[in-house]
Design a protein around this ligand. Sequence first.
Ligand code: ADP
Ligand code: ADP
Length: 229
Amino acid sequence: AWTVRFEHVGFHYDPARPILRDVSFEIPAGKTVAVVGPSGAGKSTLARLLYRFYDVQQGRITIAGQDIRAVTQASVRQAIGIVPQDTVLFNDTVEYNIAYGRTGASRAEVEEAARAARIHDFIASTPKGYQTMVGERGLKLSGGEKQRVAIARTLLKDPPILIFDEATSALDSANERAIQAELRSAAQNKTTLVIAHRLSTVVDAHEILVMEGGRIVERGTHPELLALG
Ligand code: ADP
Ligand code: ADP
């Protein structure tokens, strides 16, 4: 089982300025933990540390009980799929963008991921189907469609651990709600770290952590935190 644990994690980019201080929490295997808090609190830094973009300076992060510094960066990343806030897609076809990172992905696998991310019908209805260009040439995709391509790319990888780093905050509210529902269904039975601005978007998380100034200042379920005010 892919339990994720942060144990007394401390981190700084500049030694004069601590960013995370004594951060401890657990995401039980298959559960979703959400981190909310103001901009600059250190939420994205948590995601970068889990992805081994940087290594912690204090404490440790474990996946399935193993310190992530004890395994290669590549194998940590293999276990994790990230849907970021602003997706950068290649100026290439939808198919290429979904299959990216999984060389040898078959058309059937790409279609299945597209179906799971509910972009299949959209793609199939366009004149060139999966050959539709994402970027400047050919048919352009809307922000919501691009985000669905990014979700499909992550789902195709089928990682045991997911990170949604403000995955819908760049979208308009109609797209935001639709894509939030897709992310929730993708997160079923996956060990998931959700980073969000607002408490209202993370109602069904197993636990919600409120971060401020690099510390967890409150934690609880959605009803518990609402009761705190
Ligand atoms: P959040 O996701 O909560 O907005 P971040 O984790 O992005 O917070 O940032 C926390 C703090 O770390 C901020 O003050 C930010 O300016 C600083 N920071 C983020 N990335 C870097 C970096 N690469 N180098 C130096 N400081 C950084
Ligand atoms: P906000 O706009 O409030 O800041 P964000 O757009 O930053 O919210 O991102 C939170 C993301 O996490 C959203 O895309 C949302 O769909 C997703 N999400 C929220 N709750 C869950 C959950 N329980 N399981 C999986 N994903 C979730």
